[in-house]
Design a protein around this ligand. Structure first.
Ligand code: 0X9
Ligand code: ZN
Length: 696
């Protein structure tokens, strides 16, 4: 379950503390209030230092959120029974948000006050409140109507499970004309129902581009050189329920009356997943809107950001319908993800941003830690082929708002997320933005600040980060370009069919994109590289033979006690491997700390596998200095153990990759007149002569 790294720890612990910031104590209700009627749902952080604790927590039927770290899980407690279940299980916890209804109500009050006193916010739209689903659709339609040459609106091909249209807009010079071969920048929002700011930022960026086109030279140039596609709300069913219920919770709730007592919980205000009511089955349109309740992450639905094909079915995604990260019955089983799959497969999306809340992060592929990916070689497996470029862009975007730029797996493992599929299948860069420090849908003024930047980030914010992403999308150095001569008006088509690896199998993917040659008989086509990153050659570090140094200890540790061993890394090596072994079926865990100059300890790794699984921590390029290796006994007996620390040098080698080609066809009057296989790398501009296509 837990693997050898510190991932998740920094970000999520920071996150947990941050939840308290800005929280008022108004309406605090003691968690153990005797009257069951008066108990309010609260967000708590349950301490789960051991794998046994985590497994125990899983069995209590509580509303676990997906916010969890190595030693805690955030849980929504809905009833006194939930509190009792934790107490009976002997699990301790801290209260983070003592009353979610009050919090929601307070947010609503802040929002109402802001709206009342704000004629126009500094946002591109001037809006002063969260949009409803209807507002999104109306805004997109209005944008297209007022700028017919610059904006088109469209509905994605598959309606939602509850029968709603999923809408988007496309922005570009002569957007209604034929495809000109420009690179596509794609921005997505609201995969997760409760993450309202993720749609707001997508929509505001669209309006920003449209409103400033023609007056702001930078935006005009970017729009002229690209097509920008924005789908602000993908999970339309879930968002509609969350947004509608969130608004129902008002301050009367805090006085013990009003809507809150009707809802009993925050209703669907904190719903995460989509509206799949019955696992693997379709239900009549409207079933979900009318009947289903999904408080928090638990309950009905598929987690859309676990349903894409890339490594689908692997770690960080659940196969249990009621779980917050339920991956769905099959890869791309949901209409929402199917829409995005078809959209990306039919266009040359060179850069993609998918917005979420919260944690102030910019995440880049991949979602599962390298040493977990099946077939990976070496320890740990190398990063994605484009790691250096992916990191550079991620860092630059994160710097606009003071976010942290990291691999997605450093938050926690995920498989089946949108960009892990799209990056590995198309080579287009993809990032997750986790907007805001501490809430799924904070008071609206915070949404404004995150977009435009506040304090030291004033004038930057996600607006500037998104513009930097768009600059990347149009930069030929980060994708590939095909140019040449071809008959005016001919249709050029690029196709590729391949197997995308899921966790323990594969799915068939087909990319099929087209453009029309202009009247001058020349074409320039911005495309993704022909070889997918997932099959490219990559550098791996393989541990070579014997350790260059090793030390081992044996000992015993009494129940619920720990034993520390010191170990010094006194030479530059590639890997420190620590193993903890014992002969019995007991639960020992291992934690590794580095000793700082002042004697304090910083945790640098831990391993907390299930009972009887042995523990291992790997540290890549360990810094010189002293380390503390801590053996912790969670068993009721006193087993004897063996601890070893080994230093290794690694050999860097290149695993040879495959070379893939696009199949380029030139069509005239619907008939293929020329077919050329094209191999083109990232950053390469390739001339492909298609004049033969014009010969009879
Ligand atoms: O778990 C998720 O889907 C995202 N976090 S959230 O709290 N908004 O639910 C993070 C997904 C990042 N993972 C990858 N991009 N692989
Ligand atoms: Zn999310």
């Amino acid at each position: 379950m837990m693997h050898s790294s510190v991932r998740g720890r920094t970000a999520l612990c920071g996150l947990a503390t941050a939840v308290l910031v800005g929280f008022t104590t108004t309406g605090l209700i003691a968690p153990a209030a005797a009257d069951p009627e008066s108990f309010r749902p609260q967000l708590v952080t349950v301490d789960t230092p051991t794998s046994a604790d985590r497994e125990l927590l899983q069995t209590l039927g509580l509303d676990l959120t997906e916010h969890a770290g190595q030693d805690y899980v955030e849980v929504v407690l809905h009833t006194l029974d939930d509190v009792a279940a934790l107490a009976t299980a002997g699990l301790s916890y801290d209260v983070r948000i003592p009353d979610l209804l009050v919090r929601e109500a307070e947010n609503n009050q802040v929002n109402a006050a802001y709206a009342a006193t704000t004629a126009t916010s500094p946002l591109p739209s001037g809006r002063d409140a969260y949009r409803t689903l209807d507002d999104y659709d109306a805004d997109m339609a209005a944008l297209a109507a007022s700028h017919p040459d610059l904006v088109t609106s469209f509905s994605l091909p598959h309606p939602s499970l509850d029968g709603k249209q999923i809408n988007g807009i496309e922005i570009g010079q002569n957007v209604t004309g034929p495809e000109q071969g420009l690179p596509v920048f794609l921005m997505l929002g609201v995969h997760h129902a409760r993450e309202w700011p993720s749609g707001e930022h997508a929509m505001e960026f669209a309006i920003d581009l449209v409103e400033n086109y023609g007056s702001d030279p930078r935006i005009t140039d970017l729009v002229n050189r690209s097509r920008v596609i924005v789908v602000p709300v993908l999970n339309v069913d879930g968002f509609d329920k969350s947004r509608t219920d969130g608004e129902l919770i008002d301050l009367r709730a805090a006085d013990g009356g009003g809507t809150a007592t009707i809802l009993g919980t925050p209703g669907n205000a904190y719903m995460r997943k989509n509206c799949r009511v019955v696992d693997g089955q379709d239900t009549p349109d409207g079933t979900c809107a009318l009947a289903a309740t999904s408080p928090g992450g638990y309950g009905i639905g598929v987690d859309l950001n676990r349903n894409y094909g890339g490594y689908w079915g692997g770690p960080g995604a659940s196969d249990v319908f009621a779980d917050p990260t339920y991956r769905g019955a099959a890869a791309f089983s949901e209409p929402e993800t199917q829409n995005i799959r078809e959209l990306i497969s039919g266009r040359q999306v060179t850069t993609l941003i998918t917005n979420h809340t919260f944690s102030n992060l910019v995440l880049r592929p991949n979602g599962a830690a390298p040493d977990l990916v099946p077939g990976s070689e070496g320890i740990p497996l190398g990063d994605p082929h484009d790691e250096a470029a992916l990191k550079a862009l991620g860092d630059e975007m994160a710097a606009q708002n003071g976010y942290t730029s990291q691999h997605a797996w450093e938050l926690y493992d995920t498989t089946g997320s949108v960009e892990d599929w799209s990056y590995n299948a198309t080579g287009g860069f993809g990032y997750t933005f986790e907007i805001g420090p501490d809430e799924f849908h904070p008071p609206f003024p915070k949404v404004v600040d995150e977009y435009l930047g506040a304090g030291e980030y004033s004038g930057k914010g996600n607006r500037e980060a998104f513009l930097i992403a768009l600059e990347n999308a149009v930069d030929p150095a980060t994708h590939s370009v095909l140019t040449g001569e071809a008959p005016a008006g001919a249709t050029l088509r690029l196709r590729k069919t391949f197997a995308t690896p899921t966790w323990d199998g594969s799915i068939q993917d087909s990319l099929d994109t087209a453009m029309t040659v202009g009247p001058d008989g020349r074409y320039t086509w911005h495309v993704n590289p022909s070889t997918r990153p997932v099959v490219m050659d990559r550098q791996v570090e393989t541990v070579s033979g014997d350790p260059v140094a090793e030390e081992s200890w044996t000992g015993t540790t009494a129940p619920l006690q720990s034993t520390d061993q010191e170990f010094t890394v006194d030479q530059d090596v590639d890997l420190l491997e620590i193993n903890l072994d014992w002969p019995t079926a007991d639960d020992l865990d291992l934690e590794v700390y580095r000793t700082n100059a002042d004697g304090s300890l910083t945790q640098v790794g831990s391993s907390g596998n299930s009972v009887n699984e042995k523990e291992r921590v790997l540290l890549q390029d360990p810094a010189l200095g002293t380390y503390v290796l801590r053996v912790i006994n969670f068993a009721s007996v006193t087993p004897s153990w063996t601890l070893t620390a080994e230093l290794f040098d690694a050999d860097t080698s290149t695993v040879p990759g495959l070379v893939e080609n696009w199949t380029l066809t030139c069509e005239r009057d619907g008939a293929v007149a020329q077919t050329v296989p094209v191999v083109v790398d990232r950053g390469q501009q390739l001339q492909v002569d298609l004049t033969a296509c014009g010969r009879p």
